[in-house]
Design a protein around this ligand. Structure first.
Ligand code: XUL
Length: 518
């Protein structure tokens, strides 16, 4: 019997899955929602609301408290001493700033005290900017100018300088608070921070998550001197090493052995970003499959043969934690936008879903650009959606039409934005919270004119982590694990039920709406 544990530290919750890699079964799962379980952090959706100028931060101590609750609860369901491999993934781009006491502190956590209590004095910055932060436009411009423009930036780092990426965030910290920047000895990503805590040693950043920083060279997969210099002084010494996804970073530390009953000598594979991890958990780490993940942000991603880049500068190239690289497009207005429309009409999810059965595909021409906050693909700084259609629709008087318009608008936009990847696909794998909703899956299938499948396991980020750990530490082959764990749910297949022409006009109009508002 071999059990592998995968962790997923996402925006709104931290989750875990334990798989039995011999029998091919999920044996335990758990999740802790930050807002629900740790309300005193005042982050109902996992981030601190009300930041100025597009700032969105989160509290790294909240992540640690949630990790402890998760492991406590998981150890009640499953004997953690049986786990023999671990890995994890974190929301991408978010950064944790640690002072010079970190390197010694991380090695010596006392199992009689909480992690949050012990990490608190090691922080050089109380809060962590996360991927929802859009406050660094000036820094993006400065970095891009310093390296001779967007094209160079994109060729080197796989993306133009992007507000939520870690490099521009670091530059802003350095410029706004140079003394705290000076006191920062180490800057970790969410993924490498949690891997460090788990192993009790300063862990490396993997090429999957590292490529989301605007600092890593995607040809050499090493920190790029020119990008580092353009970002902030002495940055190289503040960053951990970069390693590929197959690296084993250490063993589960004494803290977790004593508190949660892990065995000694359990290897921990380097953590990665949530999207690269989901690529593995969806069984899509080889080119040929496309994944759409519906979460706080919606993402569209695929393993890549050739490295191409997005001429509009909204798409990204990241390392693939199994081998090679992957493309990704992130849509910031994901589930929070769907939720905002639902809440606006006082609907529950059932009523939201029913709205699709009383409205028609194409929505009678009623169209929405459903951006309630700055959007990343395309880059549009909106605080309210734009509606175009009947008078009643535009006045937000028709709930059902608005619900359909929100979801259709999201996927009409997605289809246009991912064209640069040049992918031809006959199946889309849908994952993330909202993927279980058949009405939403049907809209995806109709707009992309492609079969949609869901997997029997919904937590693909955590599953991907558990599979990577099993591959690196337990001698398993990813392709074999995929055959057992990444099975499509036979009842969950959705086929297009309208012709392409139904959305042709809406596709043209959504682009027009975007151009008008850019
Ligand atoms: C990807 C991105 C988000 C985060 C949070 O670039 O910003 O998908 O990883 O899930």
């Amino acid at each position: 019997m071999s059990y592998s544990l995968g962790l997923d530290a996402s925006t709104q919750s931290i989750s875990a899955i334990i798989i039995d890699v011999e029998v091919g079964e999920v044996v335990a799962e758990g999740s802790v929602n930050f807002g629900e379980r740790l309300p005193h952090y005042k982050a109902p959706s996992g981030f601190i609301a009300g930041g100025e100028g597009g700032e969105v931060h989160s509290d790294p101590l909240m992540w640690l408290d949630a990790l402890e609750i998760l492991l406590e609860e998981l150890s009640g369901k499953f004997d953690l001493s049986k786990v023999s491999a671990v890995s994890g993934a974190g929301q991408q781009h978010g950064s944790v700033y640690l002072n010079e006491k970190w390197l010694a502190g991380v090695r010596n956590f006392d199992s009689n005290r909480s992690l949050s209590e012990q990490v608190k004095p090691l922080l050089a910055r109380k809060t962590s900017p996360i991927w929802m932060d859009s406050s660094t436009s000036a820094e993006c411009r400065e970095i891009a100018e310093a390296v001779d423009g967007d094209e160079v930036m994109c060729a080197k780092s796989g993306s133009v300088a992007i507000e939520r990426f870690t490099g521009p965030q670091i530059r802003k910290f350095y410029q706004c608070n140079p003394s705290a920047y000076d006191e920062t000895a180490r800057i970790h990503l969410v993924s490498s921070f949690l891997c460090s805590v788990l192993t009790g040693r300063d862990a490396a950043i993997d090429t999957g998550d590292g490529a989301g920083m605007n600092l890593l060279n995607i040809q050499s997969w090493e920190w790029d001197d020119e990008l580092l210099d353009a970002t902030a002084p002495d940055l190289l010494e503040k960053l951990p090493e970069v390693k590929f996804g197959e690296s084993v970073e250490g063993e589960v530390s004494d803290y977790f052995i004593q508190r949660y009953g892990f065995s000694e000598g359990v290897e921990v594979t380097i953590f990665t970003g949530d999207n690269p991890s989901s690529l593995v958990g969806m069984g899509a780490s080889e080119p040929g499959k496309v994944v759409i993940s519906l979460g706080t942000s919606d993402t569209f991603f695929a393993a890549m043969k050739d490295v191409v880049s997005d001429p509009d500068g909204c798409g990204h190239v990241f390392g693939n934690p199994v081998a090679g690289s992957m493309s990704l497009q992130c849509f910031a207005n994901g589930s929070l936008a769907r939720e905002a429309v639902k809440d606006r009409f006082g609907y529950g999810w059932d009523e939201f879903t029913k709205a699709f059965s009383v409205t028609e595909c194409g929505n009678g021409g009623n169209l929405m650009l459903p951006f309630f906050s700055p959007e990343t693909s395309p880059r549009l700084d909106l605080a309210e959606p734009i509606l175009e259609g009947s008078k009643a629709f535009e006045a937000w008087e028709n709930a059902d039409v608005a619900v359909r318009a929100c979801v259709e608008g999201q996927f009409l936009n997605m289809k246009q934005r991912v064209k640069w990847m040049g992918l031809s696909t006959d199946v889309i794998y849908l994952t993330g919270g909202a993927s279980k909703n058949d009405a939403i899956a049907q809209v995806v299938s109709n707009i992309f004119q492609t079969r949609v499948e869901r997997l029997t396991v919904s937590s693909s980020v955590a599953l991907g982590a558990a599979m990577r750990a099993a591959s690196n530490s337990l001698g398993k082959v990813i392709a074999d694990l995929e055959k057992v764990f990444c099975l499509p749910d036979e009842n969950g297949k959705i086929h297009p039920n309208v012709s392409e022409s139904v959305y042709a006009e809406s596709a043209r109009r959504i682009n027009e709406l975007i151009s008008k508002n850019s």
